[in-house]
Design a protein around this ligand. Structure first.
Ligand code: NAP
Length: 265
C-alpha cells in the first residue's frame, strides 16, 4: 500500500457528508437507543402504530463488538506495514491518541457499562462506521502523514494534545458519573450530578467532541478534522435530545443547565 491523497480526500469528504446527513435526519428525532427507545412513531404515522420488535444484544457485548474495529483496524495497519514503520510521529500519534481512546472504549468502558440492551440494527451500522473510520484515520497516519522533526514543539501539537487530554478526562469522568447513578441491574434514569453535568446535560458528549477536535488540531490533518466534525453532528443532537428528555421527565431539573456547551447551548 502507498499513500493515495485522492482516496484520503474522498473518504474524508464522505465522512463529512455522513455527519451532515445524520444531523439532518436526527435533529428532530433522537437516534433510537438508550433512553430514546422505544422510538416515537414517524411523523404522519398514527401515534398508536407500534414499532416492529427489534433484536437486541446485552449492552456490554454490543459496545465491545461495535468499538473493537476502531481499535483493531489501525493497529493492523500499523503492524502490517511493510517495511514496518512505528517510529514516525504520525504513527506514534495514531497509536497513542486514537488507539489509546479506542483501547479504553473497547476494553474498559464496554465492560463497565450498565445499561439497556442495545439494538442490533444500530450495532450493525456502528461496526461499519468503526471499520470505515479506523481505516481512514489509520491509513492516513501510517501511509500519508509527514511531520517536521520539531512538530512536538509546535503550538498546534501542544494545544491540540492538551485539548484532547482534557476532553478525554471529561468524557471518562462523565461516563463514570452516569454509571454511578445506577445499581447493577437497574435501568431507571436519574438526574446526572457532579463534574461538568453541573453545566450541561451531555457532559460525556461535550468531552468527546473536545477530544476529537484536539486530535484534529494536534495532527493537523483532514481525516481527523472530518471525524471531529462527524462526532459533533452525531452526538451534538443526542445531547440536545437528552436535555429535552430530562426537562420533560424531571420537574426539578436545573433550569440553568445547558444541553451541550456550558453557558451557551
Ligand atoms: N465519537 C462518536 O461519534 C460517538 C458516538 C456515540 C457515542 N460516543 C461515546 O460513547 C459513549 C456512550 O454513548 P451513549 O450515546 O450511550 O451515551 P448516553 O446515552 O449518555 O449513555 C451512557 C450510559 O449511561 C447510561 N445513562 C445515561 N443517562 C443516564 C441517566 N440519566 N441515569 C442513569 N443512567 C444513564 C446509559 O444507560 P442506557 O443505555 O440504559 O440509556 C448508558 O449506559 C459516550 O462517551 C459518547 O461520547 C461517541
Amino acid at each position: 500500500m502507498h499513500c493515495l491523497p485522492s482516496l484520503v480526500m474522498a473518504l474524508s469528504a464522505l465522512l463529512v457528508a455522513l455527519g451532515v446527513l445524520h444531523l439532518w435526519l436526527f435533529h428532530h428525532q433522537p437516534s433510537c437507543y438508550g433512553k430514546h427507545e422505544p422510538c416515537q412513531p414517524k411523523e404522519g404515522k398514527h401515534p398508536a402504530a407500534r414499532a416492529p420488535r427489534r433484536a437486541h444484544l446485552p449492552t456490554r457485548c454490543a459496545w465491545f463488538l461495535q468499538e473493537l474495529p476502531a481499535f483493531l483496524v489501525p493497529v493492523l495497519l500499523l503492524a502490517l506495514r511493510n517495511p514496518p514503520r512505528f517510529a514516525p510521529l504520525g504513527c506514534r500519534l495514531l497509536g497513542s491518541m486514537f488507539c489509546g481512546h479506542y483501547f479504553h472504549r473497547t476494553f474498559i468502558y464496554s465492560f463497565f457499562r450498565r445499561g439497556r440492551p442495545f439494538p442490533l440494527k444500530i450495532l450493525f451500522f456502528g461496526v461499519l462506521f468503526c471499520i470505515y473510520n479506523g481505516f481512514l484515520q489509520g491509513y492516513y497516519m501510517v501511509y500519508c502523514a509527514e511531520y517536521p522533526d520539531d512538530w512536538c514543539k509546535d503550538i498546534r501539537f501542544m494545544s491540540g494534545l492538551l485539548l484532547f487530554l482534557f476532553g478525554m478526562g471529561v468524557n471518562i469522568h462523565s461516563d463514570f458519573l452516569l454509571r454511578q447513578l445506577r445499581k447493577p441491574g437497574e435501568f431507571t434514569y436519574k438526574i446526572p450530578q457532579g463534574g461538568l453535568f453541573a453545566y450541561v446535560s451531555g457532559a460525556n458528549f461535550f468531552g468527546e467532541i473536545l477530544e476529537w477536535f484536539g486530535y484534529a488540531i494536534a495532527t493537523w490533518s483532514l481525516p481527523a478534522l472530518a471525524f471531529a466534525f462527524f462526532t459533533l453532528c452525531f452526538i451534538g443532537p443526542r445531547a440536545y435530545h437528552h436535555h429535552r428528555y430530562y426537562l420533560k421527565k424531571f420537574t426539578g431539573y436545573p433550569r440553568s443547565r445547558k444541553a451541550l456547551i456550558p453557558f451557551i447551548f
